[in-house]
Ligand binder design. Sequence first.
Ligand SMILES: *[C@@H]1O[C@H](CO)[C@@H](O)[C@H](O)[C@H]1NC(C)=O
Length: 80
Amino acid sequence: MAKSKKCFPLLSARIVFSLTFASHTNHNQSKKAHKNGIKRPTSFRSRSLRGVDAKFRRNAKHALAGTIKARKEQKAAAAS
Ligand SMILES: *[C@@H]1O[C@H](CO)[C@@H](O)[C@H](O)[C@H]1NC(C)=O
């Protein structure tokens, strides 16, 4: 470090650091992004209700129960 500081006497430590140790570059990020392929996030049929408003969850639960009941009745009516 001391040696590199001598090489750049007028530059701040931050710039010296970036000139001497920087391992990051913005060079062709597209290439980097495609290195392992770009994949869609896996999609699920229904998402978790974790962290969802409790009032909404409670109502959704009752609504689902009503839907299931109605479909069951519809099916029974169609069968008879
Ligand atoms: C970046 O890399 C990709 C894949 O090698 C290449 O197709 C593209 O032309 C490059 N982009 C630039 C700006 O060099």
